[in-house]
Design a protein around this ligand. Sequence first.
Ligand SMILES: Nc1ncnc2c1ncn2[C@@H]1O[C@H](COP(=O)(O)OP(=O)(O)OP(=O)(O)O)[C@@H](O)[C@H]1O
Length: 248
Amino acid sequence: MTALEVEALSLTRQGERVLSDISFTLRPGEFLGLLGPNGAGKTTLLRALQGLLPHEGRSSLAQISAEARARRAAFLPQARDLAWPMAVRDLVALGRLPWTGAARSDDHRAVAAALTRMELEALADRPADRLSGGELARALIARLLAQETPLLLADEPGAGLDPARQISTMQVFADLAREGRAVVASVHDLGLAARFCTRVLVLQEGRLVADGPPAEVLSDSLLDQVFGLRVWRGEAGGLPLLAPIALT
Ligand SMILES: Nc1ncnc2c1ncn2[C@@H]1O[C@H](COP(=O)(O)OP(=O)(O)OP(=O)(O)O)[C@@H](O)[C@H]1O
């Protein structure tokens, strides 16, 4: 059983090749970190594989109806927009909209669980337009969680979060993967990707240049070649530490 199959996906925008021949298969239990420099194609890939952008090739998610897709995959876009002011609890409850019939009896539990996972209980009744940027980012992640889909797609979920919240959010995604969901998140923090992701996929100029466990993929030569970075490496609590030091 697979959570997502992407086969030979390519995309051209304004005559420029933005994605070239991307193929990968994701299984339940995987937390995939999508890495790559600015402009490498991470956002484009996250959108194209849902069928939100015209592309060549195949994605299992792009082939199904929008209704079925919303029950299979939840998406956190890069923009942290709030369409109109509403209480945080109601914002999170929007994640339940794809569900109908008997599944709606789970709404209360799913919203409460998402608020708890993102430590938002104390803010649940606050109008979402009166949150800080990081608090709103957490509320939007809670909306993603409340959708309770087998696959979660998140574009830079750590953006705007303080270091502790970045760690706890990566931990939430890692836990969800361990519980049997599949997660794809674009991540700029190589250290967090190394610690929490079970697998990383590295994009460079729209091409897939590496795919595998972080310990194997994030070699000195790859980080030099793709990011132009030299890193410090260590270990804490049985998990790898990796911190950029300088440009190569
Ligand atoms: N609307 C658009 N029209 C044309 N080109 C675009 C458009 N949006 C993005 N691009 C180009 O597509 C390429 C990939 O962009 P994308 O946003 O997917 O990169 P990214 O890896 O998500 O970058 P970042 O880390 O900066 O968020 C870039 O060269 C970008 O300039």
